[in-house]
Design a protein around this ligand. Structure first.
Ligand code: NAD
Length: 501
């Protein structure tokens, strides 16, 4: 079955056809049963626009068998790294060739799901995805072990070998970028992949399936199974034929995956989870830059970003001016609310009814716990899942809005006095994904970077990731690192070979 969509907007014109099936062993197949159909919903209207088939446990099993066969026969260390790198480069070339159509599908996917504007999708998601694949294409023939001299009669050397079959479970807030973040290092290091996109954003992964064949990826090296977490995701986590799971999503689900992995075959697990990141603005910060980064840090992608800076701490001397400037930026964004294919649109809907209700629930809890709504605090319009950029003031550290991940366009701006005090507050969370510090004092910036318990610290910037810089969480924000050379380590296991001369 094919889902066809005709774009006729100022920003993009064209027709795309997306095959709606399961992609196993390089072929489109129907589910064998046990899975549920997936409603694809437009979040700007709340209406179902297409229904696609989801897989079940048997389909996971078929995909794992195909991935295992490919690993043993036509991928893994059977293929030189340079060949794997060339195939990854071919994928990047094809993504570039289809970038406009793919961006439109991704925006359509996200239009239906999370309302990201089309130009931002082209500039961020597609560019990020292509850059990620090229980066790991370059690494594929540079995966080396080392030699270790023990005595003059003995030595050892190490090999970095692929795990085998990697299961990749994705969230909805960056479907293509996160897919590339998993597929590229996994393939570069010689693993094969069973990929499960989020049931909320299933379309763009289907678009790239045929491109994988065209790029020369052998059948079975990448298999794509759409489906729900409790069916496909759970079957993957407990499947004894999957050697490693790489997961991006909520801490709650990460915990379930870790448990199922441990109870089945002790899979190696990488988890990229949630956050409650602080943005800390000192009196000596450049005010305009601080406002720019703090607002971008929370409102980008309607707050649906794992490193969203939802707790903004501002030192007392700059607090009033900061609040005034931040309010203006948030008001501009509010007036640019619209759908991805509308020109000038900068702020879209939340991804789904569930997310909309969850975020509204947090807004209501903030109100009932006594925080003051400075702006926003309500839905935008009558239709769809739009929420106004929302700013709380007078929030107490113990409130739910200060402790839990909201994953929406909602922040609290809190006044602080001393460096010691703000370090204490910033670190008093179960999460540890990211933190931002805005200051012109470089000694303070370094002191803060050292003191903050987070996998990424942004100095005079926010929500800024680079493909060649490791990314991951402290505390309950994750296990392992993606991006950079570090990802090569999580997609390989080290074998030590001892030689008695
Ligand atoms: P989610 O945990 O609800 O779902 C993520 C994926 O897990 C989906 O594909 C879902 O189908 C699957 N899943 C659900 N239950 C499962 C189960 N029992 N077993 C196996 N798989 C299951 O997360 P989401 O709502 O899609 O994404 C939002 C979350 O992702 C936020 O918490 C956000 O912070 C986090 N996130 C983290 C990063 C990062 O790099 N740290 C990046 C993006 C998003």
């Amino acid at each position: 079955k094919t889902f066809t969509h005709k774009f006729n907007t100022k920003l993009y014109k064209g027709t795309v056809a997306i095959k709606a099936g399961l992609f196993i062993d390089g072929q489109w197949v129907d589910p064998t049963g046990g899975g549920d159909m997936i409603d694809v919903v437009d979040p700007s209207t709340g209406k179902v626009i297409t229904v696609i088939p989801g897989g079940g446990a048997d389909d996971v099993d078929r995909a794992v068998k195909a991935a295992r066969k490919a690993f043993k026969t036509c991928w893994g260390l059977k293929v030189p790294g340079s060949r794997r790198g060339k195939i990854l480069d071919n994928i990047a070339d094809l993504l570039e060739k289809h970038a406009d159509a793919l961006a439109a599908v991704e925006a359509l996917n996200l239009d239906m799901m999370s309302g990201k504007p089309l130009p931002a999708t082209r500039a961020l998601d597609l560019a990020g995805c292509i850059g990620m694949i090229r980066y790991y294409a370059g690494w594929a023939d540079k995966i080396h072990g080392k030699t270790i001299e023990t005595t003059d009669k003995k030595m050892a050397y190490t090999r970095h070998e692929p795990w085998g079959v990697v299961g990749a479970i994705l969230p909805w807030n960056g479907p293509l970028v996160v897919a590339a973040t998993k597929i590229a290092p996994a393939l570069a290091t010689g693993n094969t992949v069973v990929l499960k996109p989020s049931e909320i954003t299933p379309l763009s992964a289907l678009f790239i399936a045929d491109l994988l064949n065209e790029a020369g990826v052998p059948p079975g090296v990448v298999n794509i199974i759409n489906g729900y977490g409790h069916t496909v995701g759970a079957a993957m986590s407990s499947h004894p034929g999957i050697d490693k799971i790489t997961f991006t999503g909520s801490t709650l689900t990460g915990r379930k995956i870790l448990k199922a992995s441990a109870e089945s075959n002790l899979k190696n697990v990488t988890l990229e989870l949630g956050g409650k990141s602080p943005t800390i603005v000192f009196d000596d910060a450049n005010l305009d830059q601080a406002i720019k980064w703090a607002s971008q840090g929370i409102f980008m992608n309607m707050g649906q970003v794992c490193i969203a800076g939802s707790r903004i701490y501002v030192q007392e001397g700059i607090y009033d001016k900061f609040l005034e400037g931040f309010t203006k930026v948030a008001a501009t964004l509010t007036s640019a609310t619209g759908r991805p294919f509308e020109e000038g649109s900068q702020h879209g809907p939340q991804v789904s009814k569930t997310q909309f209700e969850r975020v509204m629930g947090y807004i209501n809890s903030g109100k009932s716990e006594g925080a003051k709504v400075h702006m926003g605090g309500e839905r935008h319009g009558e239709e769809g899942y739009f929420i106004k950029p929302t700013v709380f003031v007078d929030a107490k550290h113990s409130m739910k809005i200060m402790q839990e991940e909201i994953f929406g366009p909602v922040c609290s701006i809190v006044k602080f006095q001393t460096e010691e005090e703000v370090i204490e507050w910033a670190n008093d969370t179960t999460y540890g994904l990211a933190a931002s510090v805005l200051t012109e004092n470089s000694a303070r910036a370094i002191r803060m970077a050292n003191a903050l318990e987070a996998g990424s610290v942004f100095v005079n910037c926010a929500s800024w990731v680079e493909v060649n810089v490791p990314f991951g969480g402290y505390k309950q924000s994750g296990i392992g690192r993606e991006f950079g050379q570090e990802a090569l380590d999580v997609y390989t296991q080290v074998k030590a070979v001892h030689i008695n001369i």
